[in-house]
Write a protein that binds this ligand. Sequence first.
Ligand SMILES: O=C(O)/C=C/C(=O)CC(=O)CC(=O)O
Ligand SMILES: [Ca+2]
Ligand SMILES: [Mg+2]
Length: 405
Amino acid sequence: MPATWLDIPADHPFGIAALPYGVFSTAAHPGARLGVAIGEMILDLAAVAELLAPSLAPAVAGPSLDALLAAGPRVWSQVRSSVTAWLTDDTHRDQVGAHLVPARDAVMQLPFTVADYVDFYASEQHATNLGRMFRPGQDPLTPNWKHLPIGYHGRAGTVVSSGTGIVRPRGQRRGADGEITFGPSQRLDIEAELGFVVGTGSPLGRSVGLTDFDEHVFGVCLVNDWSARDIQAWEYVPLGPFLGKSFATSVSPWILPLAALDAARVAPPERTVPLLPYLDDAATPPWGLDVRLEVRLNGHVVSRPRFEGMYWTGAQMLAHMTANGASLRTGDLYASGTISGERADQRGSLIELSWGGAEPLSLPDGTTRTFLSDGDEVVITATAPGPGGTVIGLGEVRGRILPSG
Ligand SMILES: O=C(O)/C=C/C(=O)CC(=O)CC(=O)O
Ligand SMILES: [Ca+2]
Ligand SMILES: [Mg+2]
């Protein structure tokens, strides 16, 4: 990796090997525009492209990532190699330096127009834990679980940018005494997930195979799929999650391109059930990802989930999502499902961390939690290995619970 002329500590999560894309504005320049994070600065992408690479300017003109996502993998790699050159070639220092904005002065926006939103259920440990709690006495994994990545269609219009306040949802639930009531959720939860952002669409009637994953998927972000467990547990039979999940889903502002995750690619876990050919990735390049998350509740780390243990990869989720010929659109977002590991401190939701509320978490500030209280703030961060022993950051997704209106 070439060195940048910017003065950035070698272990900075937004070093020269990361270069995630986002949309930002500043008080001095309130219009939304594309940025690339580098250290504690944001590169004003459109301004520099106009100066140094006019042929790329239309794809990065903003005010969102939509045009860049739609431009496809050739343009994605041209933009990334241009940005790398601008930030490493000393001859560009003055011209490019004039278009660096301190990240602390920027307000980050939702980076792209979310087309469709799909949420998977790809962690064997999470599915096992939830199966035990929601369906006691039955096999925790349903018979289909190891044959296909289970998912459901969520609500694209309620995907919100990091920092957006999350109003406690109201809904119908059944109490322990069997009484059906309506009111603010009493079991409001988080789900720490990785999101995949689709760039290039696909036509109706054509499936996207495992090896075409990187032709269509632009990159990844962090997702907190807020979940109201009391609403969910009562409503979900037989069609799956509905209002218990659709009130808000937060995404991180920085989209890390797949190209930045080369050093993070790992083999997925061994598959214990033979897969049908469209999902069988034994002979394809692996798309397991060594992404390490941290979940903080009011500043205290409560979990460290790891994506590398996920049974299903992003490539398999995409292949399954289009196996019936469903088309893809630029801006489609699909999330992995809650990332939970074997260990109790690797669980990506509070329902697992508190075991359905039976084992409250003790926080270092002396308080305890089963589910979220009003005013609680949840921050999910993540890193992945980069080239040459460096660390690549995915940034953070943040949200605070507001009282029910
Ligand atoms: O097992 C169930 O009934 C449902 C579990 C979920 O909460 C589904 C979900 O949102 C997927 C996930 O995040 O893993
Ligand atoms: Ca979820
Ligand atoms: Mg390919």
